[in-house]
Ligand binder design. Structure first.
Ligand code: F6P
Length: 535
């Protein structure tokens, strides 16, 4: 057996701050959050902090002042302040790939020189090209091959090249006054078929977003989209209807796009941190470059506070530290993201990639197995939809979870009454998960005591959204430092890709030498296909 579920979680980290937290956990573990509130009615304001226009209420976490002090001591012991500086100044925080992770430079205006390269100048050039192009598409001066303006954008990409732009375009729907954007990620041909349905190639622009420009799903969809354009308008029309956002400009040009259609970004931008780069082009087209820049500015404001605020009041660090407390000390393996905003329905999916691809790691930076659990499993759903799906599990299941509620204070959409109901549901659930319910009837009892943090955005506008996304990015980075893992590689995703490459020829013909389990499953699939399918 190569692995059992517990083989990386061998022993607690033998550091003084970690051990102090374990001892402290043993002292307070029996306390319920309600009891902490009863002991300290001023707990709400005391555990609420703001940054970058966001407010976070940590008072429903199962912790005390002393817990926070000890978590901050752990952050000091791990030199989180030094790690923050290394991130912002372009040092090689991505040690396994030996490069910086400079997504903060994409939204900042500070000079950063990484590996001898003036990053700021490069960022500004790219942003300027995005401005010119997105403005031309929006005002109709960019014409398709037949002289028509662009009315629809198809955004192709997967992972970070999809989740970020989709989240932001959906979240900013209230101000989206440009061409309508449809997103396609899946290699399932139905995904592209459905997105193209009803569109006219003459008034459609395809944005291919891929850091590597080699990802199979995206390249298959890009080739199919190019054929769709060329079949209707001729091969020469492709240059008027397809552009790329990539760190591999040479590959985009080999694909057949002229250099002026390629919006490059640096290798130092991680895929899941790339929404701030030219990967955000569909956002700029949908809402305009000024709004995209307000999104960047909101993130930058959060960055500045992250970099300068003492750890005791540092919002990303505290969000990270409470997550580590829940995962490693209270032994809670699941984290649930609950945005009470339909336009943030894609936030849980976005955070699944950001957090689980970044910190879903079993070895530390030195390659040795970690001595403690790392990233929890993350799922979620827009409130109140989740209430009618999995909240039953939260309230009465046998598992345990921590939650992030995200509440938008000002109404989204046109009706204040319903917004009030939405907010009431969010507050009710955070209270219910804390208090639980004792009825004397076991079927109706809810144990409660599930820890939650509530993040409040004043309104769902670009700057607040930028701050929210940056907050989670920095949370993930701080957790990676506390756990001692590299947040910026993702070697685990390679295995399945390699096996799929071997299986693909066999799916269409006779299997050569596949794993017996796969041969069996392939036969099951083939048999089912013979029954006929809808297209
Ligand atoms: O899932 C693996 C991954 O490399 C992600 O990190 C990335 O966001 C996604 O694939 C897409 O990669 P690319 O932007 O290179 O197409």
């Amino acid at each position: 057996m190569r692995r059992s579920t517990g083989d990386t979680v061998s022993s607690p980290i033998p550091s003084p701050a970690w051990q102090a937290l374990e001892a402290h956990r043993d002292e307070i573990a029996a306390w319920r959050v309600e009891e902490l509130f009863a002991a300290d009615p001023g707990r709400g304001p005391a555990f609420t902090i703001s940054s970058g226009g966001l407010t976070a209420d940590f008072s429903k976490q199962r912790l005390t002042d002393e817990t926070l002090a000890r978590l901050v001591a752990l952050a000091r012991e791990r030199d989180v302040p030094g790690a923050i500086e290394r991130l912002f100044t372009g040092q090689h925080v991505n040690a396994t790939e030996d490069r910086p992770a400079l997504h903060t430079a994409l939204r900042g205006d500070e000079k950063v020189v990484a590996d001898g390269e003036d990053v700021l100048a490069q960022v500004q050039r790219c942003r300027e090209r995005m401005r010119v192009f997105s403005t031309a598409v929006r005002d109709g001066s960019w014409k398709g091959a037949t002289g028509e303006p662009i009315r629809h954008v198809i955004s192709l990409g997967i992972g970070g090249s999809y989740l970020g732009p989709r989240l932001v375009v959906e979240a900013l729907a209230a101000i989206a006054d440009g061409p309508a954007v449809r997103f396609v990620a899946n290699i399932d041909p139905a995904a592209l078929d459905d997105a193209l349905a009803g569109l006219d190639p003459a008034s459609t622009l395809v944005v291919v977003a891929s850091k590597t420009f080699t990802t199979q799903e995206t390249m298959a969809n890009a080739s199919a989209a190019r054929r769709w354009i060329a079949a209707a308008l001729g091969e020469a029309a492709v240059a008027k209807h397809m552009v790329a956002a990539t760190a591999n400009a040479a590959q985009a040009e080999r694909f057949g796009l002229p250099e002026c259609n390629v919006f490059p970004f640096g290798e130092w931008v991680g895929g899941r941190y790339s929404v701030w780069s030219s990967v955000g082009l569909p956002i700029a087209i949908a809402v305009g470059m000024p709004a995209f820049e307000r999104f960047l500015a909101g993130a930058h404001a959060l960055d500045l506070e992250f970099r300068s605020t003492p750890l005791e009041r540092n919002l990303p660090l505290l969000l990270a530290a409470t997550g580590v407390w829940n995962r490693d000390f209270l032994d809670i393996p699941v984290h649930v993201v609950l945005p009470y905003a339909q336009r943030l329905a894609s936030l849980p999916g976005y955070l699944q990639q950001l957090e689980m691809e970044s910190n879903g790691k079993r070895v530390g930076a030195d390659g040795a197995p970690v001595a403690h659990p790392t990233c929890p499993a993350i799922f979620g759903e827009a409130g109140t939809l989740g209430q009618h799906a999995f909240y039953q599990w939260l309230h009465q299941g046998t598992g345990s979870a921590s939650c992030d509620f995200v509440v938008v204070a000002r109404p989204m959409g046109s009706r204040e009454t319903e917004h009030a109901a939405l907010v009431a549901h969010a507050l009710a659930q955070s209270e219910a998960l804390m208090t639980g319910r004792v009825t004397g009837n076991a079927h109706r009892d809810c144990p409660g005591n599930l820890p939650s943090t509530t993040l409040v955005l004043p309104s769902l506008e670009p700057a607040a959204l930028g701050a929210l996304v940056a907050l989670y990015e920095h949370k993930v980075y701080c957790q990676s430092i506390l756990w001692g893992v590299n947040a910026f590689d993702q070697f685990g995703v390679e295995l399945g890709k390699a096996i799929a490459g071997r299986i693909l020829p066999a799916v269409a013909s006779d299997p050569p030498s596949l794993h017996p389990a796969t041969t069996h499953l392939l036969n099951v699939v083939r048999k089912a296909a013979q029954g006929g399918t809808a297209r």
